[in-house]
Design a binder for this molecule. Structure first.
Ligand code: SER
Length: 580
């Protein structure tokens, strides 16, 4: 049986409910590009909201991390990965969490406990040594010499602020060497496989740590790494997750894996990630900003490496690889089935586009070679950045002409650029967890009012098609076949302001999905909701299935103002509005 299924079965047998993997592009959180950990979609619940599925949850979550894009090509880095997780939302704590992890590893996966190394939180001036976890591990038979106490490595937080806590990490000795008596965390033969975080604190922007309303558990285990370990391979790409994809690339290129590992791993990794991003319900297309830009870079980098393997770029090599990945994953992720053709189309179109810049880049390059000019750092970086030329390709082409490339200068520029994009993505992440701030909460409630007002003024059949909130504004997409008249816009605005002025109470109620639908509550995609749902009501005027958060009373909102009304796509209009 597959690791994902084993994991879910085990935790379901321990009273957990399986929750669906959230989309890889976070919903209602424009400040992060992708989910990077299983806990991310659960932040509101770790902060104290009731989860409709209860207090014991488990899942496999699609995650994308692109900070280390340039590192992909070695044996362990991937831009997409699946994270197994189980959560306690104020339910069990350290005892059950550690005992079940140990039971799963040793009884279900049959990993000998002699291969495990453990870290626990050593304590600092704010939080005590985690003696409870230490003692549990000792009782389970882990000798003192295999338990390491650390401070920095045993405190987990996503970004700078948010729910957090001390953790205990489980390592596995991945080597044929004799297992050392002492576990040394610097010994790379020990690889981390599972992290159990005891999330009982909240860290704010000033660095203050306060207790959360409930003591939670958040765990995360990497599917790729654990599968490689279980199958006894030291290169993740040789495990059953990748082997058939690599074999296909070998077949298409006519080259052996040995000697071409890097390009083959990059192609496999980048096409897989592109498939998942393109299939996401968010409808991401290659572009020059945000998720679209990441998707573009991934596809172009895969194409460059295919060219390095002498694959005929214009053949259907990309489609063949994507089809294999879609086939492998579609029983776990329905969106791959639903968006099968979309994914193939995205890859094909981007390939056609890149082929054009690739030619332009080659022409740009030949200007230098015709003049027998060495390639300076700025040009090398320009070729890389604008035309997608890897430095290796630039160097190779230059060598043929007996020209030099300022590689050190290029590396320097590359580092500066990487530093910039790192800072940018960290900024995004930081904002992400602050994403449920006061203004965002107000905009969330305003969205429901706007939805209700549009129904009354424009048409009962208006439905929400999307929404995007920042602390500065809200954006709301809705089904409508015409441009709103000035009068309609004014009426909608006045109605929302009337309801704000009336000081309507916002209340929430949990109920079975069927009951919510039968009562006429508004919802966007019914199939996406669990059996028990939360319905937010605003006075008598709005009832919507929603995860929140919302204000308590509409009078908190201020004045609502429509800033713009425009077309979004066929049959869909978009309103941008602010609260002042
Ligand atoms: N959030 C923790 C991690 O990402 C455990 O899931 O490691």
């Amino acid at each position: 049986m597959n690791l994902k299924d084993e994991y879910i079965n085990f935790f379901v047998s321990k009273g957990h409910k399986q929750i669906p993997s959230a989309p890889v592009v976070p919903e209602n959180d424009p400040s992060v590009l992708f989910n990077t950990a299983g806990m991310q979609p659960l932040v509101p619940y770790l902060m104290g909201e009731n989860h409709p599925y209860g207090t014991r949850l488990c899942d496999y979550q699609k995650c994308v991390r692109t900070n280390d894009l340039e590192e992909v090509g070695d044996t362990t880095h991937h831009t997409f990965f699946e994270m197994l997780g189980n959560w306690s939302l104020g339910d069990y704590f350290k005892e059950e969490s550690i005992t079940w992890s140990f039971e799963f590893l040793t009884k279900v996966l049959h990993i000998p406990k002699e291969r495990l190394g453990i870290t626990v939180f050593a304590g600092n001036d704010l939080i005590d040594f985690d003696e409870v976890s230490y003692n549990i591990w000792r009782r389970l038979g882990i000798p003192e010499s295999r338990i390491v106490k650390t401070t920095e490595d045993n405190f987990w937080i996503a970004g700078d602020t948010g729910p957090c806590g001390s953790d205990t990490e489980i390592f596995y000795f991945r080597s044929d060497d004799e297992i050392p008596k002492n576990f040394d965390i610097k010994d790379e033969r020990f690889v981390e496989i599972w992290n159990n975080v005891f999330m009982q604190y909240y860290k704010d922007a000033e660095g203050n740590i306060t207790e959360l309303p409930k003591k939670n558990v958040d765990t995360g285990m990497g599917v790729e790494r654990t599968t490689a370990i279980l199958e006894g391979v030291n290169d993740n790409y040789l495990s059953s997750i990748w082997k058939d994809v690599i074999d296909l690339i070998v077949e298409i290129s006519g080259l052996p894996y040995e000697g071409h590992e890097k390009s083959m791993r990059i192609i496999a990794d980048h096409i897989r990630t592109s498939v998942f991003i393109a299939a996401d319900p968010a409808g991401i297309k290659p572009s020059n900003t945000d998720q679209g830009y990441i998707l573009r870079r991934l596809i172009r980098r895969a194409i460059r490496h295919a060219k390095q393997l002498n694959i005929d770029i214009n053949s259907d090599w990309d489609q063949q690889i994507a089809k294999l990945i879609l086939k492998k994953y579609k029983s776990y992720y329905k969106e791959l089935e639903d968006n099968y053709d979309v994914v193939l189309e995205v890859l094909k179109n981007e390939k056609i586009k890149f082929n054009r810049t690739l030619e332009k880049g080659l022409r740009e390059f030949s200007k230098f070679t015709n003049n027998k000019q060495d390639i300076d750092a700025t040009t090398a970086f320009h070729l890389y950045d604008t035309y997608g030329f890897p430095i290796e390709l630039t160097v190779e082409l230059a060598n043929e002409m007996n020209l030099k490339v300022d590689e050190d200068g290029f590396k320097q520029k590359f580092r500066e650029h990487q530093e910039l994009s790192r800072t940018a993505s960290q900024g995004k992440f930081k904002g992400g967890l602050a994403g449920n701030g006061e203004m965002e909460t107000k905009y969330h409630t305003a969205t429901h009012l706007l939805n209700a007002a549009l129904k009354q003024v424009v048409d009962q059949n208006v439905h929400q098609k999307g929404s995007n909130i920042t602390s500065e504004r809200m954006r709301f997409d809705f089904s409508c076949d015409h441009k709103l008249s000035e009068e309609e816009k004014k009426q909608v605005e006045n109605l929302v302001n009337l309801w704000i002025g009336e000081g309507l109470e916002v209340t929430k109620k949990e109920m079975p999905k069927e009951e919510a639908i039968a009562s006429g509550a508004e919802c966007m995609f019914i199939e996406k909701y669990p059996d028990i749902v939360t319905v937010y009501s605003i006075g008598d005027i709005s009832h919507e299935l929603c995860g929140g958060p919302h204000v308590k009373n509409t009078k908190e909102l201020g004045t609502f103002k429509i800033q713009k009304e425009e077309a979004s796509s066929a049959g869909v209009r978009r309103i941008k509005a602010t609260l002042e």
